[in-house]
Design a protein around this ligand. Structure first.
Ligand SMILES: [Zn+2]
Length: 205
């Protein structure tokens, strides 16, 4: 792609680093921003810098948060002994949108995936085991996507915590295996949390 401006070329280059954005789309976006008032672009740039520099991870659940403890963990009306294990913040958002869940979360930050070089140590698993061993958890709900990596992660965690006397359950999914949690519709996802089943049942197949 030949540019008449190095400044435009740089902007297109930076935008095209975003996932799913090719050079042509990047050019369209850059030209769009160029035609906007300066304020729009500075607001966008500032929001992105703030996102990167100011966001924190909740010290209790590892959810993305603006403060040391996220709003969910800081809420005294939530059941803090009921912990739902999820992969990332998109799953928290999907489950929160159902309005069916009043417990708290533990965000792993991914799934065990040897092919991608992600082992248990790259994830927030140790802190989860510590949480369980401290005796503050009554029930752990596994809500990872039912992919091979999700099942592997569930099973790994289950093996670490089965010695503790807590209830373990898995969300009852009315959707097919391999569906990612965040794409499940709100009604089925809400129902699947309410109708969760003992984790041991999911090991039979
Ligand atoms: Zn939290």
């Amino acid at each position: 792609m030949d540019f008449s401006s190095k400044l435009l070329e740089n902007a297109v280059e930076e935008i095209s680093y975003l996932p799913g954005i090719g050079k042509r789309t990047a050019l369209r976006l850059a030209l769009h921003l160029l035609n906007q008032p300066l304020e729009r672009t500075t607001d966008l740039a500032q929001a992105l810098v703030n996102l990167k520099t100011e966001i924190k991870h909740c010290e209790k659940c590892n959810n993305i948060s603006d403060s040391k403890t996220c709003e969910i963990c800081a809420n005294p009306n939530r059941n803090h002994a009921l912990v739902c294990v999820v992969e990332d913040i998109r799953d928290v958002m999907a489950i929160e949108n159902t309005n069916q869940y009043k417990g708290v979360y533990h965000v792993l930050g991914g799934k065990i995936s040897p092919i991608d070089g992600i082992g248990p140590n790259q994830l927030e698993i140790k802190s989860l085991i510590e949480k369980v061993s401290s005796g503050s958890v009554d029930e752990l709900i596994f809500a990872l996507s039912s992919t091979m990596e999700g099942d592997t992660t569930n099973f790994y965690i289950y093996n670490q915590i089965k010695e503790f006397t807590i209830t373990t359950s898995t969300i009852a999914r009315g959707i097919s295996v391999g569906d990612e949690l965040e794409f499940a519709d709100q009604v089925s996802l809400g129902r699947s949390i309410v109708d969760r089943v003992p984790f041991q049942n999911s090991l039979k197949n």
